[in-house]
Design a protein around this ligand. Structure first.
Ligand code: B1M
Length: 211
């Protein structure tokens, strides 16, 4: 079995210790951190998602898998961020109000740091008011909003509206993403960009800073 498959399987079993050890082993074997991330950790979490949807597993198993995913991410984080030098611009990032999913958002943050951006991570379940306050305080070039639930997607629109009301909309680019989010939705709510994954989010953020 390949080491990447072993990582995926250990993650699915919620075995944080094995995920952490095998992630180190994969890096020691010379595998690219991004391949370990996508073909090991994200692949494993994808299978968990399908099983969760089909009621084959329940929230406790998903929590264990998420914990195992973090033990792998902790090892990868410094390697993914390694290329980041002096920050080229600032991003305020968070998962919107009502939404507790933060694994994807954390990946977006890591990839952005790796792309040389300074990331102010407000965490999960972040209200529109908190985003507005962070824009006032940190003066970022970009606000990045993650939502994983169809029920919390409208909160991305609420943040854009709150930025408009505060007179701050023109001062920032708003990027949105998350599994249920689409380009069409981004256009509908007046976001500046939708990106499907963490790598393209970091790439787009870099483009915004350069433009
Ligand atoms: Co939840 N959950 N969950 N969950 N969960 C999903 C999202 C779901 C699709 C599962 C399913 O039914 N198949 C479903 C949502 C259905 C929907 O609305 N469309 C769901 C549900 C229903 C729920 C609850 C309501 C379950 C319940 O309690 N009955 C509940 C809601 C809690 C809440 O938020 N209020 C809930 C709870 C949880 C846990 C707490 C147990 C746990 C989260 C732990 C954590 O995040 N710390 C959890 C998990 C782990 C999942 C799944 C299995 C995995 C999510 C994940 O981390 N994926 C998920 C199923 C799935 O997505 N396959 C599911 C790995 C991660 C790397 O991918 O987050 O998609 P993702 O991020 C990607 C891209 O989306 C993108 O980049 C990342 C990869 O490169 N991206 C961006 C993300 N943000 C971005 C922002 C950007 C750009 C790209 O720009 C700003």
């Amino acid at each position: 079995m390949s080491i990447l498959l072993e990582i995926s399987e250990a993650l699915q079993k919620g075995n944080a210790k094995a995920v952490s050890e095998k992630t180190k082993e994969a890096l020691n074997q010379g595998l690219e951190p991004y391949a370990v991330l996508t073909e090991g950790l994200i692949a494993g979490m994808g299978i968990i998602g399908v099983k969760f949807k089909n009621d084959e597993i329940y929230v406790p198993e998903v929590m264990m898998a998420a914990k195992a995913m973090y033990s792998g991410l902790d090892i990868l984080k410094p390697r993914l961020a390694e290329e980041g030098v002096k920050p080229i611009g600032k991003v305020v990032l968070g998962t919107v109000k009502g939404d507790l999913h933060d694994i994807g958002k954390n990946l977006v943050g890591m990839m952005m740091i790796g792309a040389g951006l300074e990331v102010i991570d407000l965490g999960k379940n972040v209200s529109a008011e908190k985003f507005v306050n962070a824009v006032v305080e940190h003066k970022p070039a970009i606000v990045a909003l993650s939502a994983l639930l169809t029920t919390t997607m409208p909160e991305q629109k609420n943040v854009i509206e709150a930025l408009k009301e505060a007179g701050l909309r023109e001062s920032v680019k708003v990027m949105i993403g998350g599994a249920p989010v689409t380009e069409t939705y981004a256009n509908e709510i007046g976001a500046d960009a939708y990106t499907p994954d963490a790598a393209s989010a970091a790439q787009k953020a870099k483009e915004f800073i350069a433009s």
